[in-house]
Design a protein around this ligand. Sequence first.
Ligand SMILES: Nc1ncnc2c1ncn2[C@@H]1O[C@H](COP(=O)(O)OP(=O)(O)OP(=O)(O)O)[C@@H](O)[C@H]1O
Ligand SMILES: [Mg+2]
Length: 435
Amino acid sequence: MAEDQPGRWRARFDALLRVDGTQGDSRSLLFASLRASGYGAVGAAYGILALYTLPLVLLTGALAVLGVGRPLVAPMMQWVRIVAGLERRRLRRLGHDVESPYTGPIAEPPRSLKEARTDPSARRDLLWTVLHGTWGLILGAILLQMPFIAVRDVTYPLWWYFAPESEQQILNGLLTAQSANTAILGCATGIAVFALWLLFGPKILGLQARPGVNLLGPDPEVDLSERVARLTATRAAALDAHAVELRRIERALHDGAQNRLVAVNVLIGAARREVTRSPERADEILERAQTTVEESLAELRAVVRSILPPVLEDRGLAGALSALASDCAVPCTVQVDVEGRCPASVEATAYFVVAESLTNVAKHSRATYASVVVIRRWNTLRVVVADDGRGGADAEGGSGLAGIARRVEALDGTVVVSSPEGGPTEIRVELPCGS
Ligand SMILES: Nc1ncnc2c1ncn2[C@@H]1O[C@H](COP(=O)(O)OP(=O)(O)OP(=O)(O)O)[C@@H](O)[C@H]1O
Ligand SMILES: [Mg+2]
């Protein structure tokens, strides 16, 4: 029974640490509490932003009701989104999986009160602003002050005598302590605050984060129906991409290796007929047949490589992309910031995106310089291929860009092509790559 006690406390402490998403690696209470105070202070700063945002929202709402504030609604809602976006980043750093609901076609902020009222994400952002500007700010201030109060009170007996009368207080000014006996009390209150900070710091941070975790992600109901629609579309795109890929492989085999093997068959027949009549002629024909077999082998190898490039397996994404860049006719830099490996389908798609984009750079752009940047952040792999060429890339103009879009959509990703006439061109692809 006695042996179980430390284990129980340990489990409790672990549970406390896990409240703010700290897992496994940060087992130290002190570290967890320092971390809680640091993040709590950042949360408090966002709380101040949220608090100042509240009267502006009310004012904008009132002006909009009176009919003069309508143009202010969109910038106001955009500002609310920015503040909520800061909090989302903080929550993700704390280990919470809070995706922004503002992607795809609903990226524009509401432009009227009616739109704001009917937009569930805007409503949730506003509710978060209220909660974080009050509750979140208070909890952040507590988290920030606790270690300072602890240090101040514990050391109070050493310096209280020299402090001005107005400063002779402990517990953040709650108690006046102007004698040696009461100064000693400072030690006790300091230790108590320190213990509370150690025990409850991460928990308080968890409470501060809770409204954001619950409100700043996509609305579960909207998210689900949107996701079903998106999955239906991407499933169709995946099947399409699959069919296109099969057709490409079939064409490559049919037009390449198969034709050559037919020629080899004809050549061997001719050689057999010549063997007795003219052995030299037969030898000549066999030599041609051998060359044709070698060519068809090379073609088969190329087709196999285009299905899943072995270079990816051998050298990883960074190595494979560097190899692509060094083969590019335009000078090209590659920057890959990806820890570990992504799923094979994601790496293969990233590889094909870069391969097609660099082929386009060499074929169409007249650029002097190209760059490839691949970054993995959280569960998203971002691939950006840019060039300083003449621009004007258009998916209608061929099958390459459309093929990129199909492959990316099949993985639930997004493609944005920015290529104004006169350049520059940037192809930005984001692929989900769940850890
Ligand atoms: N980096 C670029 N700079 C300028 N124009 C581009 C660039 N990439 C593509 N384009 C333009 O967009 C069109 C479409 O490109 P896409 O890759 O879809 O087709 P393609 O390269 O012409 O043919 P393929 O089907 O062989 O890829 C091209 O014909 C070209 O005019
Ligand atoms: Mg192309």
